[in-house]
Write a protein that binds this ligand. Sequence first.
Ligand SMILES: [Zn+2]
Ligand SMILES: [Zn+2]
Length: 257
Amino acid sequence: MGPVPAFIALLPWQVALWGLAYFATLYFGFAALTLLVTGALRGLGIGRVLDRRPLRAQQRRREIGEALLSILVFGVGILLPWWLLRAGWASVRSDASLLRILVEIGVLLLWNEAHFYAHHRLLHTRWAFPRFHIQHHRSHVTTPFSTYAFHPVEAALLGSVPLLPMLAWSFSWQALFALPILSLAINSIGHANYDAFPARGGRSWLTAGRRHHLHHACFRGNYGFFSPLLDRLCGTALADDAADVVLKRAGADRHAA
Ligand SMILES: [Zn+2]
Ligand SMILES: [Zn+2]
């Protein structure tokens, strides 16, 4: 039996358990990898830490606690695409060529970018921010554990990324499987609090980490996930020095204390 029929044949509790193990492995694996890579870059003198303000009390503990809830939402949420496949609303291919898989991954990442920008702007409205997004912004200084630290409603929004595309197109299982991995890789760059390419401008695709650091430091602007494009098109891009006032004030406070 191929991977797709085998997945469809699983029982609901088996699907949920598989989902929980998959997302927990991704979350802790990428957090460890980010710490390793940024540690190595620092050791080699490449790049710089973006925000040197101290973390808030119990920040990592809170982030991991919230992430465990997100993993529960993502893991159990796998039942939804599983049900779409089982009911015949969607189908998945097992015989796609490498080229087709790569094109599909590109399409899913573009969709992910647009989906994230739209829901992130929605979460920054006056109504939604205090209800569903303030949790994520409690991390003024981000850590590799901030990636999944958000309200369950935001987790459900983020987890819904592949549903619409799956209804419209028969994707390969490899592309669908790769989406959460690549999405978390990008998410980890965004929350690593590390700029590996300080010489590059804020409009470069290589400075996604700096852009999301500015979003956390300023509480607004730079709503995109990886690309600077939508923020530029919609007039929400932040200047590279947008957080300088906040960061300098924090430095002066530390010296005065
Ligand atoms: Zn935000
Ligand atoms: Zn963030």
